[in-house]
Design a protein around this ligand. Structure first.
Ligand code: EPU
Length: 344
């Protein structure tokens, strides 16, 4: 006989510890899912046919109001080696694992490929959802495949790299298959030797040089990334935030040229299909928002792209700040900023 541990279920429960903005919205129902049986039980109860919201680490969400449905928090755990050859290892992370602990686990085993993604908040399951990226590396660069739960049928399906349709902070799970699947386990192909380092992102080289490191290993690259992030990005455990609130806008080359003529110092990066990526943080700073405090909210003093809850803010106050920022960037530059976080 199988033993079924009963799933944790709460009603009218605060979500403040389940979102990194620390917002006090309540869930009418809160379910903590630890294993596949829990998922199947929720499916059997018809929860996925009702109003519901799936949460991982809650690090990419702005809750503007109480949620009058079912909030399902993924808490499955496990990090394991699936297979290994001379140069490469396939590893699997359960969706509920904290992403940073997966990066640290890989580094302890001397597995390379995700070291530039150290300290990104959130869970392993959320990582492919929005193809998280930092310092010249994205999840898609070492992603192998994932296993996801189809909410309508209650069946699992494996998605290959190409089936995930990754883009800049994008995947099929944010587009064609939005809300259809729950990412449950994610596999990566990591290097076991001759690691390919990604040091082109300026700040990494600067930090390594300051430390006198000329031939860094993957652990030292991660340490540099951690140092950079800690110096620029607020720790959600201390100041509520959700990382970059907006995506960096991607514009046509003609429009970018016009902007460059008017603002010669505007940072620009080549993007796909001849387009140009702008730095949302720069645009926001130019509009005077950097470090500005509005009630208990604000744009962070070291990274204007990160909106923060200094304590006691509501989600709708942060959303109002976001709208005001969008308006001023639109007025000054003619550019529409799109949120990177999911707004509810
Ligand atoms: N900048 C400003 N003012 C600011 C912030 C940035 O002028 O307040 C300028 C910087 O000087 C630089 C440019 O904007 O010239 C880009 O800034 P930065 O290198 O800090 O990176 P970002 O484009 O603002 C992106 C990711 C971050 C990631 C960093 C590092 C997005 C939306 N954000 O930020 O990801 O850590 O690059 O790779 O793509 C996240 O997604 O939550 C996140 C933190």
């Amino acid at each position: 006989m199988r033993y079924f541990r009963s799933m944790q279920h709460f009603t009218n429960h605060s979500l403040s510890t389940y979102n990194t903005f620390g917002l006090p919205a309540k869930a009418q129902n809160l379910w903590l899912v630890a294993n596949e049986d829990d998922l199947l039980a929720l499916h059997a109860k018809g929860i996925f046919a009702q109003k519901h919201l799936i949460l991982g680490g809650g690090s990419n969400i702005l809750l503007t109001r109480d949620f009058d449905g079912h909030v399902v928090v993924l808490q499955n755990s496990g990090k394991r080696i699936i297979g290994q050859d001379e140069n490469e290892v396939e590893v699997q992370f359960a969706a509920g694992e904290r992403w940073h602990t997966c990066v640290m686990w890989a580094l302890q085993h001397n597995f390379g490929g995700i070291e530039n993604l150290a300290l990104i908040p959130g869970t392993a399951g959320a990582a492919p959802m929005q193809n998280i990226g930092a310092y010249g590396v994205e999840v898609k660069d070492s992603f192998k495949q994932l296993r996801a739960f189809h909410k309508a049928s209650g069946e699992f399906r494996t998605f290959s790299h190409s089936q995930c349709a990754f883009g800049y902070r994008e995947s099929v799970f944010k587009n064609e298959l939005k809300d259809a699947y729950i990412i449950w386990e994610v596999n990566f192909a990591l290097s076991t030797q001759n690691h390919k380092l990604h040091l082109a992102y300026g700040a990494i080289n600067t930090v390594l040089q300051q430390k006198g490191i000329t031939a860094p290993n993957i652990q030292q690259v991660a340490e540099a990334v951690i140092e950079i992030r800690q110096s620029k990005l607020p720790d959600p455990a201390k100041i509520g935030n959700s990382g970059s609130f907006f995506k960096n806008p991607v514009v046509d080359a003609d429009f970018a040229e016009k902007l460059k003529r008017e603002h010669t110092d505007m940072p620009m990066y080549a993007a796909e299909d001849g387009k140009v990526k702008l730095a949302a943080g720069w645009l926001i700073e130019q509009c005077g928002w950097k470090g500005k405090v509005v009630g208990a909210t604000g744009a962070h003093k070291q990274q204007a792209l990160v909106l923060v809850n200094y304590g006691g803010a509501t989600g709708s106050e942060i959303w109002q700040l976001a709208i005001n920022i969008q308006q001023s960037v639109k007025e000054k530059f003619g550019v529409q900023l799109q949120p990177e976080v999911n707004v509810y």
